[in-house]
Structure formats: C-alpha cells, structure tokens
Design a protein around this ligand. Structure first.
Ligand SMILES: [Zn+2]
Ligand SMILES: [Zn+2]
Length: 197
C-alpha cells in the first residue's frame, strides 16, 4: 500500500484513485490535505525536490486564492459589523445619557424613591452600565440605605475598578456606618482630584 511521503501514513486504494491523493513527477504520493499544507511553503516534492506539475500547482493556487478571497470577505464583514456595533453603542450611550437626566434631576430634588425607580428600570436593559449602577449606589447612600449602597457600589467596583466616584461614595457609606478602616481603604483608591465630585 502506498504511503504519503509527508505524513507517512497509508494512502487507501480508493483515495489514491480519486483526487484525494497526488503524485510528484517521480511518483511520490501524498494526501490531498498534506499537499495542500505543503504547497503553502514549497512547490517541489519534499522527498525528491522535483517540481509538481503545473496542473497540480494551478489547481491548488486557485484553491488558495479562493480561500484568501473568502477570508478577505469574512474580514470585511467582521469589520463592518464591528463598526456597526461601535455606532450602535455610541447611540445607546447617548440614549442612556438622556435617560439618566431625569433620575439625576430627581436625586437633586431629593426624590430618592422616584429616582431609584427610574434607575432600576434602566438597569434591566443596561445591567452592565456603570453609570446606572453608580447612581443607584449613590442614591441609596443619600437615602441613608447604607447596606444597599454598599451592595451596589461593590458591584460597580468589581466590574470597573477604575471608577473613582464609586470608591468615593463607598468610602462615605462606610464612614456613615462607622467602618473607618473600610472607609479609608475606599478613599485610598480615589485619586485626589476626584474626591470632591
Ligand atoms: Zn499524508
Ligand atoms: Zn518526489
């Protein structure tokens, strides 16, 4: 039974008679898949260094071109999709910013319950949004619901460690609870220029 000179495994009879195997001009047989990988690097037989005949090479060249073209197309589609995603994310951010205006106003008016209602309605479809999570934590703090404030601010900083305002309000909440060590830990993570926001 002939063996493939690339992978050294047998070439089955039915394989050798079909297009699944190829031979070099000196009759060295290779599997189609093995030759496919080999031709990417070289056009000569790995055993005798004789060049494969042009029909074989052109057959694979066409195949490689097709693969390349497909990959290019996939890349283009992926790039288009990513751009679309970026645009839609920006749109989402703008919409969210508008949606946050009302809860922010309610917080200023000390309408904490109403503000929380609006914020929790937003978190359903924006559970990953840090600003919503932050405002919920801050509102619970302002409403003196400290345990819930800690709960949400912790959730926030676990998702985004670079959210200084989250640490700031976490510190204030711990302070209100008399947990001064924890408060210090939180305040230590606030860059000084952010500590007054
Ligand atoms: Zn092989
Ligand atoms: Zn050969």
């Amino acid at each position: 039974m002939p063996t493939c000179i690339i992978c050294h495994e047998n070439i089955e009879i039915e394989e050798s008679s079909s297009i699944k195997s190829y031979t070099c001009p000196n009759g060295h047989q290779v599997h189609r898949k093995c030759l496919e990988d080999w031709l990417v690097h070289s056009q000569v037989c790995p055993l005798c260094a004789e060049k494969y005949d042009s029909n074989t090479i052109s057959e694979f060249t066409e195949y490689f071109d097709k693969i390349k073209e497909q990959k290019e197309q996939e890349k283009q589609i992926k790039a288009d999709m990513e751009l679309e995603k970026v645009i839609s994310n920006i749109a989402d951010d703008i919409i969210l910013l508008e949606k946050l205006e009302l809860p922010r106003k309610l917080i200023k008016q000390k309408e904490f319950k109403k503000a929380l209602e609006k914020l929790f309605a937003l978190i359903d479809d924006n559970s990953q949004n840090m600003d919503v999570l932050f405002l919920i934590g801050k509102t619970f703090y302002l409403d003196k619901q400290y345990a819930l404030a800690v709960n949400h601010l912790m959730k926030l900083i676990k998702k985004d460690f670079k959210y200084p305002q989250g640490f700031y309000y976490l510190g204030k909440t711990y302070q209100a609870l008399g947990l001064n060590d924890k408060a210090k830990w939180a305040f230590d993570r606030v860059p000084s220029e952010d500590s007054k926001s």
